[in-house]
Design a protein around this ligand. Sequence first.
Ligand code: TXA
Ligand code: MG
Length: 351
Amino acid sequence: MPKVVKVDPLNPDKEILRDAAEVLKRGGVIAFPTETVYGLGADAMNSNAVKKVFEIKGRPPDNPLIVHIGSFDMLFDVSADLDECIIKSLKTLWPGPFTAIVKKRESVPDITTAGLPFVAVRMPAHPVALTLIEEFGRPIAAPSANRSGKPSPTIAEHVIEDLGDSVDLIIDGGETFFGVESTILDLTRDPPMLLRPGPIDPETLEKIFGRKIVIPNFVRGLGEAEKALAPGMKYRHYAPDKKLILIEDGENMDICIRNVIKDFLDRMLKPCIVGYEEYKYIASIYMLEFISLGSIRNPYEIAKNLYKGLRNVDKTSADLCIAIGVDEKGIGLAIMNRLRKASGYNIVKCT
Ligand code: TXA
Ligand code: MG
């Protein structure tokens, strides 16, 4: 059995996190909750420790990690040549579910940034993550704590399922708050470019940075050509083993969903539905398994339930599953980016 310790997410026991920090000081690897998803952390400045993170996750070495900091002093330890205006904007966004790509300092090992001269930095808002970094006193490199290709973990059980005994310690702080990974903005480009949509939407970023930002097609989970800009984007992600078909949000959704279901049933294929309470009745009509992501009216609830829902796809007895899309505004952009990838671009459009 892996070593798991439970902590109160809002008021974590410092002693427990001090012991966890000791594991990091010895070059160990621990899973811990952040406000977005669980991370798999190691000392960002210790190449051997970071190497273990890549091995445990089965992560390709050309896919860099996010360096988690607990203060602006730590930001200056890992980044170089930051402009005052950018620092001011970062002070508005941090701590929070936002990652900045900036120029890296020499001292950050190449393995952490996969050889890039830039580093991804984030100051998480979760009390467990922040206290852990504080107790450790150094930045923590942490990708999401899933096996490469699987949906990110939003509860400790997902980490146990994917990585089990291979980590030195799992800190169980209950369910994460947002359920999708941080928004990533590349600040080394002019104008800045969104590399991954997340809880902080593009409109908010434009207000905070006081300028237009570029939103490439791959951010919507579409457009193959630009994928190489964010190394992680080129890998298959969030995908269940079972086939998943995504119905994009559009007109006459109820009829469109029913038609897609009927089409599969005619071919003797029994689908499950990954959707919203408002569509549950359709699953009942056809007696299909239904995975609820919450109400269509509450996109934050949908984001929070998304990865648990995708993991449950493989637990159904269905032949395949049909996921239902949402409007792309606000956090909806992040939800659609994850759903399009999870579907392997098997997309049905309703007209
Ligand atoms: O919410 C989050 O960001 C979570 C929690 C644990 O903090 N972390 C997370 O890490 O999602 P990960 O490794 O699963 O995703 C990081 C993404 C990858 O797509 C990676 O390619 C990209 O960030 N990335 C990291 N460093 C980069 C860099 N220097 N330039 C461009 N993209 C970078
Ligand atoms: Mg990840």
